[in-house]
Design a protein around this ligand. Structure first.
Ligand code: FE2
Length: 357
């Protein structure tokens, strides 16, 4: 049984029809991630949803409607263009050719924005905005990789987009702000569960991923309790235990050219290490994980394995809430994770002081 959920069609509830705006094909084409629900409006009857907010925008999709002579779609906007443009501009100032002083100022402005939007309670804060700006700035996987991830499951694809986007927040806040490095950490974080793409993303494995996220060892214990379930030639426990290694092998074969420093792909193999010896495959302890390793471990823990459609205000206090949830669920956080959390907390507190000064 494979966990599929990529049905993006459906009528728009009548109450929402009034809120629909118009977006030209040209404007839609400038996004890599859909900025709202996109509808086709037949002459009679309710608009029909063609794409959900967060779906990938394919060239073929745009071309299909261009050929038909369509100029625009109706859509339900769910993004904040001002926020997206501002963050994109700042992220572009992190490039090596920009003077160092300007890069440092851009980094500081970004940390402040991240703090205000995704740490503090802020009703204006949308997860979709973060996902769009990070995708527009960094995402450059080949089309077949995006299709493979999206065809596995929308849950899988949307979660990967979010994990990759949060890796940008965590890396910049911790002081890693080189644009090429950020691009690599973004793409690596996108592929953490690449070893589960395709037929391997079964219902039980999704449950195991979520339990493991909350408590290292919890996912393996769950699959043990379920007994051995064969999926093709492998059983689910082996699929789960081997996915960090398989994901790394697959990414090296299929995605190497996307990276400035392909060596950073090794992080895929470490994303289930917990730093308290309860992770896998290496059962590594705190001192054996670097801060760099922990960026991926930590961001993978931040995002639940749930199909949460984007909503306005869903980014409000997101990091703080998830950190609290993880901390509550875990009997003890690994040393490296704890160290990373303390540093994040320290950087954000600096922002808090500047704000109240
Ligand atoms: Fe994983």
């Amino acid at each position: 049984m494979t966990f599929k959920d990529n049905d993006s069609s459906g009528d728009v509830p009548t109450a929402q029809s009034r809120d629909l705006e118009t977006i030209s094909l040209k404007d839609l084409e400038s996004f890599k991630v859909c900025p709202g629900d996109i509808f086709f409006s037949p002459k009679r009857g309710n608009p029909i949803r063609l794409l959900r907010a967060g779906n990938a925008i394919y060239e073929e999709f745009i071309d299909k409607y261009k050929i038909k002579g369509l100029q625009s779609f109706k859509y339900l906007p769910m993004h904040n263009q001002k926020f997206i443009s501002e963050c994109h501009e700042l992220l572009m100032q992190l490039k090596l050719e920009i003077p160092e002083e300007q890069r440092l100022l851009a980094r500081e402005s970004l940390v402040k924005i991240f703090y205000d939007h995704y740490w503090e309670v802020n009703e204006e804060s949308n997860l979709l905005d973060l996902v769009i700006v990070c995708a527009n700035t960094f995402l450059r996987f080949k089309k077949e990789i995006i299709e493979e991830l999206q065809d596995t499951s929308l849950l899988f694809y949307n979660r990967s987009l979010k994990v990759a986007s949060f890796s940008i927040i965590v890396a910049i806040t911790l002081g890693y702000y080189d644009h090429d490095f950020l691009s690599d950490i973004y793409h690596t974080s996108f592929l953490l569960d690449y070893g589960l793409s395709g037929e391997k993303f079964t219902y039980h494995i999704v449950q195991a991923c979520e339990l493991e996220r909350l408590n290292p060892g919890g996912g393996i214990a769950y699959l043990d309790d379920m007994g051995i379930l064969d999926v093709g030639v492998e059983n689910e426990i082996d699929i789960f235990l081997n996915h960090p290694k398989k994901g790394l092998e697959k990414a090296r074969i299929k995605c190497n050219e996307t990276f400035h420093y392909p060596e950073s792909l090794y992080l895929i193999e470490k994303h289930h290490e917990s730093g308290n010896g309860k992770g896998f495959p290496g059962n590594l302890k705190g001192g054996e994980l670097t801060d760099f390793d922990c960026i991926c471990v930590f961001t993978d823990q931040l995002v639940p394995f749930r199909d949460d459609p984007y909503k306005k205000g869903d980014g409000s206090g997101f990091i703080k809430n998830q950190v609290n949830a993880i901390t509550r669920e875990k009997s003890s956080l690994g040393g490296s994770n704890q160290r990373l959390l303390s540093r994040l907390d320290h950087e954000f507190k600096k922002m808090e002081k500047k704000k109240s000064a």
